[in-house]
Design a protein around this ligand. Sequence first.
Ligand SMILES: [Zn+2]
Ligand SMILES: [Zn+2]
Length: 360
Amino acid sequence: MAQTTPNHTQTVSGWAAHDSSGKISPFIFRRRENGINDVTIKVLYCGICHTDIHYAKNEWGITMYPVVPGHEITGVITKVGSNVKNFRVGDRVGVGFLAASCLECDLCKSSQENYCDNLQPTSNGVFWDGSITYGGFSEMIVADHRFVVHIPENLPMDAVAPLLCAGVTVFTPLKDGNMLQSPGKKLGVVGLGGLGHVAVKLGKAFGLHVTVISSSASKEKEARERLGADHFILSTDISQMQAGRKTLDFILDTVSAQHSLGPILELLQMNGTLSIVGAPEKPMDLPSFPLIFGKRTVKGSIIGGIKETQEMLDLCGKYNVTCDIEVVTPDQINDALDRLARNDVRYRFVVHMAGKSASL
Ligand SMILES: [Zn+2]
Ligand SMILES: [Zn+2]
């Protein structure tokens, strides 16, 4: 991109991984000056996503060390560029996975910049000026205003942070599947983790009948009582899976562990859609018969565009939907990453960036 950005003159303290051990330690670096299209944000909170683990440990082989993770950022604007009309100093805002895109292709022009070939992430990406992007595990961030969203006034800045990635990841397929304006329709959510628990909350907010499908019997009480799910299917129980055959209109599969799609497809009614948002590393087993005999569709989805992210946040404000979180201080990031790798969190860690940190 032939866009120019001002020099990187601002010294910022943050937290970075320096090698494939993935261990996070304090890191001083520089960010660009606030350009005409930029806003500067004092970071208050940043959620921890599975992608942060992949980046920190170079599990996808694309990490540019030192890497400053974090793309579920909430904070307050401290500076606005001269071209910025829709944000003011003091505004409560969020930054998600997207830092930049080409702004010119058909996808960017139709607010689907999350599918732009030149999409650059907030962490471990390459910005328009050629600099490597450093994420939200830092005290401050400079972001192009076209990739910043407003946070509804009634939502707390900590519990809203994971909506910037986990929330929009499950919202977009629901919208795409016409599940937003269809109260009473039957939604299945496979897996009850960071993504799944938000999907259940959004589904209930939109008036859907929500069924949680999980391989863990202990999740039933949680799903029904804490999150308000209408129904629970234990995926390892053949009789429960049989009883659920052809009962659901749309299924969101959030599981990132290896599993077969066949039994899940059988739960869909004729013409139903299974949307994949989890990312198992190896190919998934996809038998043809449940597809053919039920005229069913399997599709995928990745995060959402900026317009969709704002729409999702506004709806979360309207229905008072936030994530269930555990807040940690920066010196607890390593422990949180270890626990997240074991799925030992209900349901998302959020780092309080100004939180008192014993080791600093
Ligand atoms: Zn993420
Ligand atoms: Zn584009």
